[in-house]
Design a protein around this ligand. Structure first.
Ligand code: OOG
Ligand code: MG
Length: 267
């Protein structure tokens, strides 16, 4: 495990986790935490994220998956940051295909077109690579992520967004599952429609050259904390296009080449 520099005390980590999680649960925005803690490190930020995860589990929520974020140039450019990050998914984040997302529970939601992997064998870093991921993949499945930064105006730096669980809030899986051998994940096209109009298009290669690289990077990032990806994990690999702002009344439909579509409605 990598030696990691920390600047926050345990008390500060606990207090910041409570502060950020309350913003999520009460749907109100907050100042980015690095305003008050400018020396915070990645290790501090992941300590806060893991504490938010622990708080949810202690309350009886189940962790149902993991996500990578900021894995495409479109996303990195949109948010002005340049390193991928990870977060976790809690049970109540899941919305059925064709279902409804209540914007009153959220601050300023945006949607992203993603492809998710479900594993059938554990993946451990460091040194995890795309070949390990492809061999350990049970299937891939189309996914729309709803993100909702708890920071005002959706503006943040990497350290702040890591602490905020990578802006995670809701996700919708749908369309058809597929074996990795049956999809050309680099050339795999997605078409994002909002209220019947095409608002963005993209291809799988936008995600770190190949979406499976994103899963490998997740295993390698987790290894820095002595963690790994267990068999049976659901992993979202990151937005293929830039994120699209949504509001009550919007209908979203994302078409995935050969794998059907995922739809949801915002009320
Ligand atoms: C951070 C989360 C980004 C993705 O798929 O790139 C993310 C953010 O932009 O708020 O989920
Ligand atoms: Mg995402």
């Amino acid at each position: 495990m990598k030696e990691q520099k920390r600047t926050l005390t345990r008390e500060q980590v606990l207090a910041l986790a409570e502060h950020i999680e309350n913003a999520e649960l009460q749907a109100h925005d907050i100042h980015k935490i690095t305003n008050d803690y400018p020396d915070m490190t990645f290790a501090d930020a992941y300590d806060i994220q893991w504490e938010i995860r622990r708080r949810k589990e202690a309350r009886g929520n189940k962790i149902v998956g993991l996500k990578m974020g900021l894995t495409s140039w479109a996303k990195m450019a949109q948010m002005g940051v340049e390193t991928p990050i990870y977060g976790f998914l809690a049970d109540y984040f899941s919305v059925p295909d064709g279902g409804v997302v209540n914007t009153q529970e959220l601050i300023h939601p945006k949607i992203e077109a993603e492809i998710s992997f479900v594993t059938k064998a554990p993946l451990k870093g460091p040194g995890c690579h795309i070949g390990d991921v492809l061999a350990a993949t049970d299937y891939v499945v189309p996914t729309v992520e709803v993100i909702d930064s708890r920071y005002e105006n959706f503006k943040f730096d990497l350290i702040s967004v890591v602490a905020d669980n990578a802006s995670s809030t809701r996700f919708i899986t749908g369309g058809q599952m597929a074996n990795v051998e049956d999809v050309d994940l680099k050339n795999f096209g997605v078409v994002v429609e909002k209220n019947g109009e095409v608002v963005d298009v993209g291809a799988g290669a936008a995600v770190l050259g190949h979406p499976a690289s994103s899963v490998a990077m997740l295993a390698n990032l987790l290894a820095e904390r002595g963690e790994h990806i267990p068999a049976g994990s659901f992993i979202m690999t990151g937005g293929i296009t830039a994120a699209i702002t949504v509001e009550a009344g919007d209908n979203i439909s994302v078409r995935y080449q050969g794998l059907g579509s995922v739809t949801c409605r915002f009320v």
